[in-house]
Write a protein that binds this ligand. Structure first.
Ligand code: SF4
Length: 441
């Protein structure tokens, strides 16, 4: 009689210290700059590391062929990207060399959405293609995140954090300056120059304070038109789609071209949120060591972030990031915080945008995203409770939607009208409410 083999979760073999010399850690799946940062931090710890190439149309096509049709589009992108890269490596050398050379690092999680299944998909597909011996490491973002990250031990989380915070701040300044620049491309030139410099500082294990000071001055030197007069749009939604320009079809630039100024949650917000959830879970499970490890990391992360924010202080019109606890409290009337994941952050952040005078909300989500669908449903009520603030629901799946531009155009028009109504109600000249006097930001 056939015996039933019970399911056991995949566990990769340990990554040993000796392998550092010969094995390259492959990773990818967010944006080029964050990957460059992770690479710098890993090199710094004497690991060989290589980000996957930027996502392309070919990756999307390859991912669609291999992945179940119901999968979320970030999984499709990342799987196609990984497989295409490995295939190109095999074409240049032997399959055995490739198998011996690489391990794959991604993120894992447990919880209600499908994120925790990504790394299982990667495993299944690599097995099917004959890469059984390429291990997939997926540190759990929940309770064990910091401990599991010790497959790459040392100062990795701290160095990575400096880079994440530095780039978050540069992005904020870019989105505040670019819509008003006199010469198209000036703000982005400054931004990229300092993204590289911040990455270099992190690679050299140096806190990037000097680079941020210089970036502040460089952004000030960008010639700009008078600041303000544009509707402010707050973007919420799934972290991959809202951060990756290829997968969101350059949403921020499109909104800016239509006359808006855009706000976006930071990547750091997600790290703080995982800390928040980790603290709660590790405490409930009696994992006291992990609990205190998370509290300590959170403490130092906040301290480092504050130091960086103080450097840019005074120039940031979008203000400092609120503590995650505050965002979750704002969301409480609509969504209980036990419903963990991006939905509660998106709802809380939307309310924070509204409290700070935004004129429209965009929810960017991958096709069939579960938290994104919840957010969409709740935002309908939320906007009714907030003067019917214009709201746009953008669904991305990799195929360019020809309607998207028309919908965005109508949305920015509504946001402008909303701004003018608000201005009129507060007896300010229409369209002038956020107009500053400065020639430079
Ligand atoms: S957040 Fe959305 S897109 Fe991401 S894994 Fe969960 S359901 Fe999929």
């Amino acid at each position: 009689m056939a015996t039933i083999a019970h399911y056991t979760a995949y566990k990769p073999r340990p990554f040993t210290r000796e392998e550092r010399e010969t094995t390259t850690i492959l990773f990818g799946g967010l944006t080029w700059k964050h990957e460059r940062l992770v690479q710098g931090a890993l090199h710094n710890l004497n690991y060989k590391a290589e980000p996957l190439p930027n996502i392309s149309r070919a990756d999307l096509d390859a991912g669609k062929e291999m992945i179940d049709v119901g999968a979320c589009c970030p999984t499709i992108f990342t799987t196609g990207n990984l497989v295409n890269f490995l295939k190109s490596e095999v074409a240049a050398r032997s399959q055995q060399e490739v198998v011996n050379k690489y391990v794959f690092l991604t993120a894992g999680a447990c919880g209600p959405c499908r994120f925790g299944q990504y790394n299982r998909y990667h495993r299944l597909i690599l097995d099917e293609l004959g890469y059984q011996d390429v291990p997939v490491y997926a540190p759990d973002q929940d309770g064990n995140f910091y401990r599991e990250l010790n497959i790459v031990n040392g100062n990795f989380p701290r160095l990575g954090w400096w880079g994440i915070c530095g780039i978050d701040l540069l992005e904020k300044r870019l989105r505040e300056v670019r819509p008003y620049e006199k010469n198209p491309g000036d703000a982005e030139k400054v931004y990229w120059e300092f993204v590289h410099k911040v990455c270099d500082a992190v690679t050299a294990k140096r806190f990037p304070d000097k680079e941020l000071r210089e970036a502040k001055e460089a952004f000030r030197r960008v010639p700009v038109n008078p600041i303000g007069g544009r509707p402010i749009i707050g973007v919420v939604g799934e972290i991959y789609v809202r951060s990756n320009r290829f997968s969101n079809e350059n949403m921020v630039k499109k909104l800016e071209a239509l006359g808006a100024e855009v706000r976006m949650p930071t990547i750091g917000e997600w790290i703080y949120y995982t800390n928040f959830c980790n603290k709660r879970k590790t405490w409930e499970r009696g994992q006291i060591g992990d609990y205190f490890r998370t509290i300590t990391s959170d403490f130092f992360q906040r301290r480092d972030e504050k130091k960086m924010e103080n450097i840019i202080n005074g120039d940031m019109r979008s203000g400092h990031e609120p503590p995650v606890k505050e965002i979750i409290e704002r969301a409480a009337p609509y969504l209980h915080d036990s419903f963990e994941g991006e939905a509660v952050l998106s709802i809380g952040k939307s309310l924070e945008y509204i409290a700070h005078g935004c004129h429209g909300i965009v929810n960017a989500m991958p096709f069939t995203c579960m938290p994104g669908t919840v957010v969409n449903a709740i935002l309908k009520r939320l906007r009714e409770n907030n003067s019917n603030i214009p709201y746009l629901h953008m669904v991305y799946e990799g195929a360019e939607d020809t309607n998207a531009n028309t919908r965005m155009e109508a949305f920015v028009h509504q946001a402008r009208e909303f701004m003018e109504r608000k201005d009129a109600a507060s007896s300010v000249q229409p369209g002038k409410s956020n107009k500053g006097k400065e020639a430079h930001v």
